[in-house]
Design a protein around this ligand. Structure first.
Ligand code: SUG
Length: 463
């Protein structure tokens, strides 16, 4: 491990903004994600949608109070009545819902998931500093690998297109076509490394499998690999990132088989720091060397700081249980980095003593830890980092975004009141079929679209 170099240029006009997904009113535990240990393990449990949404908002508010920029993305409409209609179900909404529930309960449950909350899966983002046309690029993830998630792509595109509508500054691509071969899970498998958020960076894409051979044919045996090499390549190509700024690596099948369904469960980076587990990638040493060489070639005034956690110190089992690497690493306004970790890390003795040992050590750039209670999301396999989409942008780009999505005290309070007014305290799997739930969801989302000033984004608002 190398010591950080000193000396840094100021890029005060460039920020990282976290766009967090608001937890939707149908948050539930349906066990839909084979390969995601928490999702399957908590299947059928009673969920607490109000608490879930307030937990997410409270994380956003704490980060905002620390001087960080924070924004929100609206939940998708669920149950996805528009999708059932596309499958040939007809009649009024209540008839459609009850017909699907009676004839195909699995389809029904899959279309009730509030999974859009995990905004890290909503898109891949490349800041204008790194793109050929100097625009900020987005590709909504097609999420082809899981049925309950693939129905998110279209609405994500709608929302991103609304917020980033100014075509002089922003380019929102359509989700990748091509089905399973181009399975894309968004920013959960992508990390940007740079001296600072406001300097040119390296784009580190990590995929689980390659359809046409790629670098390796080694595959997991127990759980599926989601992201394809072909999808990562296509995104890098369409965003116009130069080859000198690109590194591709394959997730180790052992990690996937242990429950690491996305790379952000085992690796997290921020600016020049990469925090990862020794079992994260195939050919780990080579990957890190390539990252270092490409990072050094940027001629930034900082060194790349890879920090590898060994299996003997933190086992894969503890990685998956605690979600240590699904923490957010955030640069505070002081320039120091801190870790926004799930509470589960503080409850795990091994992780707690690992962090107590390293935080404060000059070789470890993280100087503080904050633990967050995100239990409702965690029980579906989504930690702090899953809940947010990182967007690095300049002040002039920020001035061009649409809607009322930037969190401030006022928006925070209206969102908390909105959740308290509309969300149920509890939801059991059977409650999803309650005819009143869809009415409650519509009135909640209708009001939300007004709060966020996004117009009639939901399909029920357009009939
Ligand atoms: O895709 N869970 C999500 C969790 C996504 C976490 N995101 C990141 N790692 N960035 C998934 O597996 C569970 C839904 C359920 O079982 O009800 C779910 O979709």
């Amino acid at each position: 491990m190398s010591d950080p170099c000193k000396g840094i240029m100021s890029t005060a006009n460039f920020f990282e903004i976290n766009f967090d997904g608001l937890v939707g009113p149908t948050h539930n535990y349906a066990g839909l994600s084979f390969g995601n240990v928490a999702s399957v393990g908590n299947s059928g449990k009673v969920s607490y949608p109000k608490q879930a949404a307030l937990q997410g908002l409270s994380k956003m508010k704490e980060l905002f109070d620390m001087g960080l920029k924070q924004a929100v993305l609206p939940p998708h409409e669920r149950p996805a009545v528009f999708f059932f209609r596309n499958l040939g179900y007809s009649g009024d909404d209540q008839k459609v819902l009850s017909d699907v529930y009676k004839t195909n309960p699995k389809l029904f449950i899959s279309c009730c998931s509030a999974s859009s909350m995990w905004a890290a899966n909503s898109a891949t983002v490349t800041p204008s500093l790194d793109t050929f046309d100097h625009k900020l690029h987005f590709t909504p993830a097609n999420l082809n690998h899981k049925f309950h998630r693939l129905i998110e792509a279209e609405f994500t595109e709608t929302v991103l297109t609304k917020i980033f509508s100014n075509s002089k500054y922003f380019k929102v691509h359509p989700p990748l076509k091509g089905g399973e071969m181009f399975s894309d899970e968004g920013a959960a498998n992508h990390t940007r490394l740079a001296a600072e958020h406001g300097t040119k960076g390296i784009h580190f894409f990590v995929y689980g499998r390659s359809v046409f051979g790629g670098d390796s044919n080694i595959q997991p045996s127990k759980f599926p690999a989601r992201q394809t090499y072909e999808a990562s390549k296509a995104i890098a190509r369409s965003h116009g990132i130069d080859d000198s700024q690109l590194v591709f690596a394959q997730q180790s099948p052992e990690a996937i088989d242990a429950g690491v369904f996305h790379n952000d469960v085992i690796c997290v980076g921020n600016e020049s720091f990469l925090f990862y587990h020794e079992k994260a990638f195939i050919n780990s040493d080579q990957v890190i060397l390539e990252l270092k060489n490409k990072f050094d070639a940027l001629e930034s005034q900082r060194c790349f700081i890879p920090f590898c956690v060994k299996e003997k110190d933190v086992s894969m089992e503890d990685v998956v249980k605690s979600y240590l690497f699904n923490s957010q690493i955030i640069t505070a306004s002081s320039g120091e980095q801190f870790l926004a970790a799930p509470m589960e890390c503080s409850e795990n003795n091994i992780i707690r003593s690992f962090l107590d040992h390293w935080v404060g050590d000059s070789r470890f750039p993280i100087k503080k830890i904050k633990y967050f209670n995100l239990r409702e999301s965690m029980q579906n396999g989504g930690g702090p980092a899953c809940l947010r989409l990182r967007v690095q942008m300049s002040q002039s780009e920020l001035n061009k975004i649409g809607g009322n999505v930037l969190l401030g005290n006022e928006l925070y309070h209206s969102l908390c009141n909105w959740v308290k007014k509309h969300y149920r305290d509890e939801l059991s799997p059977a409650d999803l079929a309650d005819p009143n739930l869809w009415r409650e969801v519509q009135s909640a989302l209708d009001e939300l679209s007004q709060i966020l000033q996004l117009g009639s984004i939901y399909s029920f608002q357009r009939v």
